[in-house]
Unconditional design. Structure first.
Length: 333
């Protein structure tokens, strides 16, 4: 049987919609797939540097060093290949250009000269300028005419000798034959100071005298004394004094022998003397004999000349400082 359609009697109009009915279980919001982010070149460099920082710094340092070495080798001048002859010439040139060192004698002289004094004897009643106290300058020396050696030429210098200051109080050692050769003694120090002096002690057996000046210079400098026990034949020595009144003068030589004995006519025999060949003449008597270190090791006392003339013939003698210590009643060493 054919059914008849049934129509609703409601007057409400439903709006039309294009939306399709949702299936059961279908998501209500659409799913958006997030694209993977690609890192930039700078970010990749920072990541690489952070994980390998130490190795990269070492590699950079090595590269910079090798670059600098290569540039130096590239621009530096080629090395010179010197021959042995050229090396020898350069060494000889350097040796020739260097300053000459002072001699042993000059060093010894410089060490002792502030302590050396000129000892002069004079007669206070004499009117001649040579015998009277001077003005700080040594008197002029008149040499004999050629061909004539007058005996009084030597005799006039018996009152001119040398001394050496051995302590801060101004004690001076000299030869007795110099100190007693005139009525008055006058000494002249290195700085030019002059003063009268008197004998305060003597050892005739050693020909030694101790004299004391009345005035001392402000900058008095005593000599450094040395023992003769360290001397050996052949050692260098310097004699300092006023030969024939000229000086102070230095003469260099060597020790010729030790423990020498000197017999003197009418006087006591002298023993334990130092024999040396440095030039010594009248006026050197009483002066210091100095070793290479500038130490006074003896007092010049005599020369030997078989001809009888009082001039140097290559043999001179000095009293040791050990023996001289007896003259001052104590060892000066």
């Amino acid at each position: 049987m054919k059914r008849r359609p049934v129509y609703s009697g409601s007057t409400t109009v439903r709006p039309k919609t294009d939306a399709q009915p949702a299936a059961v279980g279908w998501p209500l919001a659409p799913v958006v797939a997030a694209a993977a982010a690609v890192p930039s070149l700078r970010e990749r460099w920072h990541a690489l540097y952070g994980s390998h920082q130490g190795k990269m710094l070492v590699a950079a340092s090595v590269a910079i060093t090798l670059t600098l070495v290569g540039l130096f080798q590239l621009f530096s001048a080629p090395a010179q290949n010197l021959t042995q002859f050229e090396i020898n010439e350069a060494v000889n040139f350097a040796l020739d250009e260097r300053g000459r060192p002072p001699s042993v004698a000059s060093l010894a002289y410089a060490a002792v000269i502030p302590s050396v004094v000129r000892v002069s004897g004079y007669d206070p009643e004499a009117k001649t300028p040579d015998s009277a106290p001077g003005d700080g300058q040594p008197p002029a020396v008149e040499l004999p005419e050629s061909g004539a050696l007058e005996e009084d030429f030597h005799e006039r210098f018996t009152a001119v000798g040398t001394g050496v200051v051995i302590d801060d109080s101004g004690t001076i050692l000299t030869n007795l034959h110099v100190a007693r050769a005139a009525r008055k003694l006058r000494v002249q120090f290195f700085d030019g100071t002059e003063a009268d002096a008197v004998i305060v002690g003597a050892r005739p057996d050693l020909d030694l005298a101790i004299i004391r000046p009345s005035i001392l210079p402000d900058d008095l400098l005593p000599a450094t004394l040395g023992a003769s026990g360290s001397l050996r034949p052949g050692d260098e020595v310097v004699a300092v004094g006023f030969p024939f009144g000229i000086g102070p003068s230095a003469s260099a030589g060597v020790v010729s022998g030790l423990l020498r004995v000197l017999e003197r006519e009418g006087e006591a025999t002298m023993r334990n003397l130092i024999q040396f060949d440095a030039a010594a003449n009248p006026g050197n008597s009483g002066g210091p004999l100095v070793n290479a270190d500038g130490e006074v090791v003896g007092i010049v006392t005599a020369i030997l000349n078989p001809s009888g003339l009082r001039t140097f013939a290559g043999i001179a003698f000095a009293v040791t400082m050990e023996e001289a210590g007896g003259a001052v009643e104590e060892s000066p060493l």
